[in-house]
Design a protein around this ligand. Structure first.
Ligand code: AMP
Ligand code: ZN
Length: 113
């Protein structure tokens, strides 16, 4: 989608601090990090949010592979981390392109806000 910030990052029209990339997924550092490790895992294809993924689509499996790779790469696979997706207004989803926050590198409080 032309007017989508993350689609524009995927297209290379807006720069990002890339951590990992494959055919399906892009991972880059959050511009406003809330933890020592705070990256966004996004599908290269546009989905509005987690409810927009068809049941027979395997993108969630690709995302999970990226979680494993990036958690190891960022050194939080042993210490622990959190994966969050905000969906819709009450969750405060500000970018309408499916994304997963992977956060770690400090003790994370619970419940999340
Ligand atoms: P959410 O509130 O769950 O929609 O998360 C959107 C996230 O995108 C926020 O944590 C922002 O800091 C982050 N963000 C917004 N613009 C950019 C950008 N250009 N590059 C990296 N992260 C961004
Ligand atoms: Zn998009």
């Amino acid at each position: 989608m032309d007017d989508c910030l993350f689609c524009r990052i995927v297209a290379g029209e807006i720069p990002s601090d890339k951590v990992y990339e494959d055919e399906y997924v892009l991972v880059f550092k959050d511009i406003d990090p809330q933890a020592p490790v705070h990256v966004l895992i996004i599908p290269k294809k546009h989905y509005d949010n987690v409810l927009s993924v068809p049941a027979d689509d395997d993108i969630m499996g690709k995302i999970n592979e990226a979680v494993r790779i990036v958690a190891e790469k960022c050194g939080v696979d042993k210490t622990g981390f959190r994966v969050i997706t905000n969906c819709g207004e009450d969750a405060g989803q500000s970018v309408k392109h499916l994304h997963f926050h992977l956060m770690g590198g400090r003790v994370l409080t619970w419940p999340a806000g």
